[in-house]
Design a protein around this ligand. Structure first.
Ligand SMILES: CN1c2c(nc(N)[nH]c2=O)NC[C@@H]1CNc1ccc(C(=O)N[C@@H](CCC(=O)N[C@@H](CCC(=O)N[C@@H](CCC(=O)O)C(=O)O)C(=O)O)C(=O)O)cc1
Ligand code: HCS
Ligand code: ZN
Length: 766
């Protein structure tokens, strides 16, 4: 029974990769140092997995920026506009090209925008979307996978398992950049490049290759089943002697089980954490020579594995297939888990004894194997840890459970309908047409981060820390007044992150020191851990909103993260339904909303950027999720008077398929990301005749580029073609925390001018 992983966290336990890449981008280190840092990290990860007893060790799971981007480089799917990065700047390497594609490039006289980035399935990881044209050609371009294989082989004295995204999933992850074709039609042109790469790997000594096909666990688009047959038949025909492992994760195979089992591959990996029932379904379908890799350790969470639950899968599979046709592994790549629990010196021992990070999950894979082979003592120790967590008095709070059970329909409804509320709010705030605002955060500069770090280390007193945060807030309020914004924000300077901050304030949460997970490129998040019933024992934001309001006569918008986003961006307890945990968070946020209202804050934003990300992968499960997710938002927002204006904000979202549910959230105002799609996303709102107010983002905050007044004016006029003018707000796509001050100020000044320009000539006043 082979033990393996599908991939390992690439940042390093000390976020070495983040630090090296950012230093390289800022010119603080050279190419050589960057390469050495990356090599060291990979070597460390390979050694660690080998020492933990993994039989198949992945390589090429490492990436400087993103593994989907690396696939585009491997097969030469490089949009033409990036050609000058290599042709005009001879010293640039393939890594520089990858960085330019991911981040844009304003150096050496070039001005290139970045490629699109989007969510990786239902995770908080973002990938660079491959771009395809009708006449797209492919060629073997990058040598990264071969170099990784050679280096790992040399290092391990064993044959590593190269990891690639499978050809069908690679095409499905991409986007057609012109009409008139479907990207799957490119498969016959793509496959020869895959085959060439696989043959080269085989010829270098690869025994196994892992081809990730996560789309096999989704509702497949038309033509995909045929594409799978075609692709894997060709690969089998041309790559004899190479063992192919097709991996699926984040969902079960369900209606694709027969398809998956019919592919001519050597091994199929399934996610038994997300869909335990698929084992029974699949076993009778497996052809005699196909092996099965059992994903039994949760690669998406940090809880210790319950061996009593995992062992029956192994016993069942081995019973039917024999040991040599069964492998054990984490459910998916460990990319989505933090590196090492041992670094957590401030987590109390009880909580720590319930958890496993990536390094500990390797040990779990190894222990399951040993228990299966008779080491009963290991099972007893695991049983004791699982039982201790179940019995802990820290988890269950009867008062919290009772309050959730008592949530009524009324608690999930504003007192009056939107039209009535809108009139009241217009009278109360007297805002102009096209009111201007921002989404909440202002630049998190090195100074602000250093301030927080100094406070954490104990180098600053609470009073000193608060004083500095007050200064930053006061200056930002003044600047917003000077720019001429209508509804102001406090700037979120007190927050390390929009979810972690709330986790630190709420009961039932724990937070880590080093539990970083890659979000995109060099950017990481440190998800808090929800281990018990959630309650709010203290104000969380009131102090900062009240202080900011005291600095201005203009309306100050309170700023909260919504229940679904807090859930989605945390490591969530697995001992009760997610809906139950979300309802508990919703009540905590509701109390904070009411406290803000009582403290005189009349406009309150409840951010829900992750509501779309939480959408189940399978369509059949979506309605149920949307019901409880929307209800949780409504519970959080409905404790206030009609005259209090509730905003929500969403980014990274395609709203077409959930527009009805967005309307059901019944926020008075929703701000959304629309600038990169040139307002295309508004079609869904217009078609649905979305009744409430909307702020379509007019400036892309992911780029340092300052949009002109004319550009934003154009977008606003375009928005007015879709929506009634009286309902339109003017704002950026998202928060400004990753931006620098000069570009932020310039862009906001232009944005206010654009709003003034569209206001002029509009007779109607609010
Ligand atoms: C809106 N987005 C968010 C997502 N998920 C979240 N949980 N939060 C989000 O905001 N998902 C979708 C998008 C993803 N976008 C981003 C955007 C930006 C970041 C980001 O900037 N991450 C930072 C880390 C932020 C943070 O927690 N900072 C802390 C700690 C800072 C730190 O590293 N401190 C150093 C010492 C610093 C010093 O001495 O000066 C240390 O601890 O070693 C803080 O500010 O206090 C990043 O740098 O990656 C992520 C996702
Ligand atoms: N209020 C948050 C929302 C990010 S999605 C911010 O402005 O950063
Ligand atoms: Zn946002």
């Amino acid at each position: 029974m082979l033990k393996h992983t599908l991939g390992y966290p690439r940042m390093g336990a000390q976020r070495q990769l983040k630090k090296a890449c950012e230093a390289y981008w800022q010119g603080r280190i050279g190419r050589q140092e960057l390469t050495v840092a990356a090599q060291r990290l990979q070597e460390e990860q390979w050694r660690l997995q080998q020492a933990a007893g993994m039989d198949l060790i992945p390589c090429n799971d490492f990436s400087y920026y993103d593994h989907v981007l690396d696939m585009s480089l491997l097969v030469g799917a490089i949009p033409d506009r990036y050609a000058p990065v290599v042709t005009d700047v001879p010293q640039n390497t393939e890594t520089d090209l990858a960085f330019a594609m991911a981040r844009g490039c304003q150096e050496h006289g070039l001005d290139l925008t970045a490629m699109e980035m989007t969510k990786w399935f239902d995770t908080n990881y973002h990938y660079i979307v491959p771009e395809f044209r009708k006449d797209q050609s492919f060629r073997l371009f990058s040598n990264k996978v071969f170099n990784a294989f050679d280096a790992a082989k040399h290092q391990l004295a064993a044959t590593p398992k190269p990891v690639l995204i499978g050809p069908v999933s690679y095409l499905l992850l991409g986007k057609e950049k012109e009409p008139g074709f479907h990207r799957l039609s490119l498969l016959p042109r793509l496959l020869p490049v895959y085959i060439e790469a696989l043959q080269r790997l085989r010829d270098r000594g690869a025994a196994w290759v892992q081809l990730d096909e996560p789309f096999l666990a989704t509702d497949l688009p038309e033509g995909a089943a045929d594409a799978y047959h075609y692709a894997y038949t060709e690969i089998a025909k041309h790559c004899k002697g190479l063992r192919t492992m097709v991996t699926t994760y984040f969902e079960g195979l369900r209606d694709n089980a027969e398809l998956a089992a019919s592919l001519p591959v050597c091994c199929l990996h399934i996610d038994l954490v997300r869909d335990p029932a698929q084992l029974e379904q699949l076993l009778p379908l497996l052809p005699p020579k196909m092996s099965l890799s059992l994903g039994v350790i949760d690669g998406r969470n940090i809880w210790k594995n319950d061996y009593r639950r995992s062992l029956p899968f192994i016993q069942k599979a081995v019973g039917q297939l024999g040991e040599d046709r069964v492998m054990i592994a984490p459910s998916c790549s460990l990319l989505h888990t933090p590196a090492d629990l041992a670094l957590e010196t401030q987590l109390d021992e009880e909580l720590k004894s319930w958890m496993a990070f990536a390094k500990q999950k390797l040990q779990e894979v190894a222990e399951l194997d040993r228990i299966f082979h008779g080491e009963a003592a290991l099972l007893a120790a695991n049983e004791a840890a699982i039982a201790a967590r179940g019995a802990s008095t820290r988890i269950h709070k009867p008062a919290v459970k009772a309050r959730v059970a008592a949530i009524s329909e009324r608690d999930a409804q504003r007192a009056s309908g939107f039209v009535y509320r809108q009139t009241l709010q217009q009278q109360r705030f007297g805002l102009p047409m096209y009111p201007t605002t921002t989404i909440g955060s202002f630049p998190q500069t090195a100074d602000i981060r250093a301030l927080r770090a100094a406070f954490k280390k104990g180098d600053l007193t609470q009073a000193q820390y608060d004083g500095s945060l007050e200064s930053a807030t006061r200056e930002t309020v003044r600047l917003q007044e000077d720019i001429g914004l209508d509804v102001l924000v406090h700037g979120e300077f007190e927050r390390n992150d929009m979810v972690e901050y709330f986790g630190e304030k709420l009961e039932g949460f724990a937070f880590t020191q080093h539990g970083w997970v890659q979000s995109y490129g060099s950017r990481c998040v440190k998800p808090p851990v929800i281990f018990g019933d959630v309650s709010r024992e203290q104000d969380m934001t009131v102090r900062w909103s009240v202080f900011a309001q005291s600095c201005t006569a203009r309306p100050m918008k309170g700023m909260l993260t919504g229940p679904v986003t807090i859930l989605q961006w945390s490591f969530v307890r697995d001992d009760q339904p997610r809906s139950e945990t979300t309802a508990q968070i919703a009540l905590a946020i509701r109390d904070e909303v009411v406290a803000l209202e009582q403290a005189g804050i009349g406009i309150i934003q409840i951010d829900e950027p992750a509501i779309r990300e939480g959408l189940p992968i399978r369509k059949a499960d979506r309605e149920q999720y949307l019901d409880w997710a929307v209800r949780a938002f409504r519970v959080s927002a409905s404790g206030v008077q009609d005259g209090t204006q509730i905003h929500t904000h969403m980014c990274y979202s395609d709203f077409n398929d959930i527009i009805r549910h967005i309307a059901e959230m019944d926020a008075d105002v929703i701000t959304i990301e629309t600038s990169r799609s040139q307002m295309e996303l508004l079609e869904a709102f217009a078609d649905f005749k979305y009744p409430n107010e909307i702020g379509p983002g007019v400036y892309d905050i992911h780029s340092p580029r300052v949009p002109s007044i004319a550009e934003m004016e154009f977008l606003l006029r375009k928005a007015a073609e879709y929506l009634p003018a009286r309902n339109i707000w003017v704002n950026p796509d998202c928060g400004l925390k990753t931006r620098k001050w000069p570009e932020t100020e310039a862009a906001l000044r232009n944005m206010v001018e654009a709003a003034k320009a569209v206001r002029a000539g509009v007779k109607e006043t609010i």
